[in-house]
Ligand binder design. Structure first.
Ligand SMILES: Nc1ncnc2c1ncn2[C@@H]1O[C@H](COP(=O)(O)OP(=O)(O)O)[C@@H](O)[C@H]1O
Ligand SMILES: [Mg+2]
Length: 319
């Protein structure tokens, strides 16, 4: 965020340079450390919705003909009428909001795309324009462009996984040293993959560090808070309070996070152990409105969901 915010402010002040995107960022680092989430969070702050962006999942553009679909076929080509470009000015403009006319464009997991994606991007990063098959152009002068990649992830994992030798153990006690090491590893992988003229067009390259214990705890707290607001918003007067004691949070953290996969599994773990069991009880009418629902950890392989008490206990008929 420290790297991104100055570019947003430059745009808001009307001082962003012309003829190029407002900012171009390459987010690197191990999987599950929040690269994609950063861009979603920015969309939330700028536009009030984490989906307000043009997102290109580069995994869907592994073949050259798939990349061609982004710009659409030129007139006269067989099938021209059927191939609407995926990356249009209309889509870019639709990714703005009343609060901000700065659109966010995310090329997610860039290393998965066919090589022609890099060529296409060169023009976008350099001149802020993309020429489509029908000869119209898309203007990116009001866009922030994000590229994410886990290039070098395997080498990084080798640095991170404990018991893998002296280096990892030594780095453990020195987070600054570990950060520099990861940066070196990821940059070396980027240099192997992309030409210097491509790298030169990027304003800021950020290498994400593995999430530490306290970050993981905060992410878990966020997910549980989100679940509670979801219950309150969706169930209204039928809603109830979910309590997740410390030892249950520990249980979820242990199962949902790892050095190798970051916070990737956390959402799934919460779904499986907390949200789905509670949803099943709601569907069965086992949770009264206003109840305190506790996710208790008694050891073993799952949490036990206990309805503690009902504040709005129905009055017995014969009283
Ligand atoms: N730094 C973070 N802050 C908040 N949530 C995070 C963070 N890192 C990971 N997460 C959680 O883990 C999930 C996976 O993270 P993601 O951003 O997709 O990882 P990647 O770095 O592989 O793009 C996110 O949807 C989010 O719920
Ligand atoms: Mg990602």
């Amino acid at each position: 965020m420290n790297a991104i915010v100055p570019y947003v402010q430059m745009f808001q002040a009307g001082l962003a340079p012309e003829g190029r995107p407002v900012g171009v960022f390459l987010l690197l680092g191990p999987t599950g450390t929040g690269k994609t989430r950063t861009v979603e969070a920015l969309a939330e702050v700028l536009h009030g919705n984490c989906k307000s962006m043009v997102k290109i999942d580069c995994g869907e553009f592994q073949m050259e003909h798939e990349v061609a679909k982004l710009i659409g076929a030129p007139p006269g080509y067989l099938g021209h009428r059927e191939t609407h470009p995926l990356l249009t000015q209309t889509k870019l403009n639709a990714a703005t909001s009343e609060d901000s006319n700065l659109s966010i464009v995310l090329f997610d997991e860039i290393e998965k795309a066919a090589p022609s994606m890099t060529r296409l991007l060169l023009g976008v990063l350099d001149k802020a324009t993309l020429r489509l098959g029908d000869n119209t152009t898309v203007n990116f002068e009001r866009s922030l462009i994000f590229l994410t990649s886990n290039l070098g992830a395997r080498e990084m994992a080798r640095e991170l996984v404990p018991d893998f030798g002296f280096e990892a153990v030594a780095a453990k006690g020195a987070p600054g040293k570990q950060a520099r090491k990861l940066e070196k590893v990821s940059m070396a992988a980027v240099r192997r993959k992309f030409a210097p003229e491509f790298i030169n067009r990027i304003d800021s390259i950020v290498t994400y560090q593995p999430l530490d214990q306290s970050s993981l705890e905060r992410i878990l707290d966020q997910h549980i808070d989100d679940f509670q607001s979801h219950i309150s918003n969706r169930l209204g007067p039928r809603s109830f309070h979910v309590e997740v004691p410390m030892e249950s949070r520990k249980f979820l953290l242990e199962r949902g996070t790892s050095i190798a996969y970051g916070a990737r599994e956390l959402k799934r773990t919460i779904h499986k152990n907390l949200i789905q069991p509670i949803a099943a009880m709601v569907a069965d009418g086992k949770i009264d409105p206003g109840s305190r629902v506790q996710a208790s950890c008694k050891g073993g392989n799952s949490l036990e969901i206990i309805v503690r008490d009902t504040r709005l206990r129905p009055v017995p008929r014969d009283c």
